[in-house]
Design a protein around this ligand. Structure first.
Ligand code: BEZ
Ligand code: FE
Length: 273
């Protein structure tokens, strides 16, 4: 099929989905409005709020805290095998530098804009093997892109005093599919809550905290890309994540400064036997 033909198929699929979806969305919204007996003033308050969320660039955050991102992620990656997925979140930066294997993503101590900075957090090693989820065969050459908050709950792109790639990096799995990354233990942290979404959380009596976690984006030829997070066992908010993204299968303990996280990838459609 020509690229133009493929593009046309995508457009037609979208148009079909739109035609099927709109009546469902409209009927559901009308029912909510009727059930709640929404008044004119309340409708305008809701519309004004959504405008504010859009102007503050918080639409994705709204979807996150309403748990919609989680549900869509589950539906998109309904895997029968392999490591479960998790949302990408707003702190991913593409193009992180490659580190050795084994290697370190701790860049504190290197020169930041304000000179050398201290590392915040205790030392941690994350390690495991990337395998084919169906056959358990190792996947040498898989690329792990990792990013996380530090022991104070801060990502490098939130704090201009931190070196730009602090606690971020890409590593290539070795000949046995193994990876080993020295880092700092992450802390729990709050999602952005100084804008309209924060007001919504407060009005609903909800907190903005996420449990401590490390993000992974794992790619390998012939496999579906995996976006996931590993959650540190025994920390706060595992049962009460502000974006409801924790899955039991992604919680791992830190033992003697090591967190083991085995990663199973699903063969890409067409490559599956
Ligand atoms: C995160 O884990 O980085 C994240 C995900 C969704 C909203 C805010 C933060
Ligand atoms: Fe995060």
């Amino acid at each position: 099929m020509t690229p133009e033909g493929a593009g046309q198929d995508v457009d037609e699929h979208r148009a079909d989905r739109m035609q099927a979806a709109l009546p469902v969305v409209v009927a559901t919204l009308r029912r909510v409005v009727q059930d709640l007996e929404l008044t004119d003033d309340e409708l305008h308050a809701v519309l004004g709020f959504l405008g504010e969320v859009a102007r503050a660039d918080e639409l994705v955050l709204l979807s996150d805290v309403l748990g919609i991102s989680r549900v869509v992620d589950d539906q998109t990656h309904a895997a029968t095998a392999g490591t479960p997925s998790a949302v990408l979140g707003p702190f991913y930066l593409p193009g992180a530098p490659f580190i050795d294997n084994p290697g370190s993503i701790v860049r504190a101590g290197e020169s930041g804009p304000d000179g050398a900075i201290d590392a915040r957090g205790s030392g941690l090693v994350i390690t495991g093997t990337v395998t084919d989820a169906a056959s358990a065969a190792p996947i040498p050459g898989a690329v792990l892109d990792v990013w996380q908050a530090d022991g104070a709950g801060t990502y490098s792109n939130e704090d201009p005093t931190l070196p730009s790639w602090h606690l971020r990096g890409r590593q290539v799995a070795d000949g046995a599919g193994g990876y080993r990354i020295a880092t700092l233990a992450p802390s729990h942290y709050t999602v952005k809550h100084d804008g309209p979404v924060g007001r919504l959380l407060a009005a609903a009596g909800r907190h903005p905290w996420r449990p401590a976690h490390i993000h992974f984006l794992v790619t390998a030829d012939g496999y579906d890309t995996l976006v996931t997070q590993v959650y540190v066992a025994d920390g706060p908010y595992l049962d009460d994540d502000a974006i409801d993204d924790v899955k039991d299968a992604l919680i791992r303990p830190i033992e003697a400064g090591i967190l083991r996280f085995e990663i199973g990838l699903r063969a890409a459609r067409g490559a599956r036997s």
